[in-house]
Ligand binder design. Structure first.
Ligand SMILES: [Zn+2]
Length: 150
């Protein structure tokens, strides 16, 4: 076994679900965050929508009208500074993988911002409630610039 297969074989089954969020849509942190947004009356978002056709990145929540792109990042895959777990084997493979993810995150955010989008990053470990609050402020401020100035 090489690469991913070998790496995955060394991940215990209970960790596997935490390690593989990018392979599925609608992970738990995404679902919780969307629930909080809906509760706040913020319904005008799209899921996994590509804001820029030339960019392969699909943020998890996209407010198309306000041009706000939200990524919900798994702590492991995206190298959260608070929850960097040490892998016991295939250390270099994992380190390279996570480094590549982080570089892609930065590049995607830069491309979106250059095109006039606001980019919000939410970590898996954040409270969905607090993250939604943060997003609500940004959405409302973008929605009503004159009201905010008044
Ligand atoms: Zn974290």
């Amino acid at each position: 076994m090489t690469g991913r297969a070998a790496a995955m074989a060394n991940v215990s089954s209970c960790r596997r679900s935490a390690v593989l969020p990018r392979r599925q849509r609608d992970t738990k942190p995404e679902t919780l965050l969307r629930g909080e947004l809906t509760k706040r009356g913020l319904r005008g978002y799209r899921k996994n929508y590509a804001p820029l056709k030339e960019l392969r990145s699909r943020p998890d929540v996209v407010f198309t009208k306000q041009k706000i792109a939200i990524y919900v990042h798994g702590c492991f895959w995206h190298g959260c500074p608070d929850h960097q777990r040490k892998t016991k084997s295939n250390v270099k493979w994992w380190a390279d993988k996570i480094k590549a993810n982080k570089q892609r995150d930065v590049a995607s955010a830069a491309a979106l911002e250059a095109a006039g989008w606001k980019v919000v990053r939410v970590w898996e470990h954040e409270s969905p409630n607090e993250a939604a609050e943060r997003i609500e402020e940004i959405v409302r401020a973008t929605d009503m610039p004159t009201a905010a100035a008044a």
